[in-house]
Design a protein around this ligand. Structure first.
Ligand code: CA
Length: 220
């Protein structure tokens, strides 16, 4: 999943980015409100983490603008300790959840997983299809009860397909959701990752359609 992190404290940025990257997410960073507003309005993020106290432009006005122009991406706001009014204003402006600083990375990561699952309409933390399972909390995949080692990019592709089960996903869309902003996006590499996933987890899991893309069948 591709996440925008709008935060101006470098140490916190590094910690959050490391924690979310370890879960297979591609994380773009915006250091001020202007950059956050632009990226959030123009890039197809699966989730946005937005500090309310940003330089140049405060997070609340950025959030209001996104919602006004129809950006429906889930937004988790970061608020200063003791500022209950920031939480209320943020939720009223269209935020989906909040965290108060300082927070534990594990809690942020858990809330991120919940927001992403909820948006996908996926209520359970473990995906099961045939003899394949994917634990969306740990990123651990199994086939016939045996753990399957996946690279970070293979996991990113699988996770995006699982969260969008039932919909045909083009290579271009996949590459937009597994790579960060400044990365070279070669959609041909997507075919390589899918081929490896089919080899590791069974060819029947991922339906491929020449010229259209890839799909994991929807529930039911
Ligand atoms: Ca700040």
């Amino acid at each position: 999943m591709r996440i925008l992190l709008a935060e101006d404290e470098p140490a916190l940025c590094d910690q959050v980015k490391a924690a979310l990257s370890a879960e297979g997410h591609a994380v773009d960073i915006a250091r001020d409100g202007e950059e956050a507003g632009h990226l959030g309005a123009t890039e197809p993020y699966d989730l946005i983490i937005l500090d309310i106290g940003l330089p140049l432009r405060d997070g609340l006005s950025v959030l209001k603008e996104w919602r006004a122009i129809g950006v429906a991406t889930p937004v988790l706001i970061l608020t200063a300790r003791g500022s209950w009014s920031e939480k209320v204003d943020g939720l009223d402006a269209g935020a989906d959840d909040y965290m108060t600083k300082p927070f534990h990375m594990a809690e942020l990561a858990a809330r991120v997983r919940v927001l992403i699952r909820r948006r996908a309409g996926w209520t359970r933390p473990v995906f099961e299809r045939g003899d394949v399972t994917l634990d969306l909390r740990s990123g651990r995949a199994t086939k016939a009860g045996m753990v399957v080692d996946l690279t970070q990019q293979e996991l990113a592709v699988l996770s995006y397909l699982v969260h969008n089960a039932g919909r045909m996903i083009s290579r271009t869309e996949l590459s937009e959701h597994i790579y960060e902003y400044d990365r070279d996006r070669d959609s041909n590499t997507i075919a390589v990752f899918v081929a490896r996933l089919r080899k590791k987890l069974g060819a029947e899991l991922i339906v491929t359609s020449r010229g259209r893309g890839y799909m994991i069948d929807g529930p039911g």
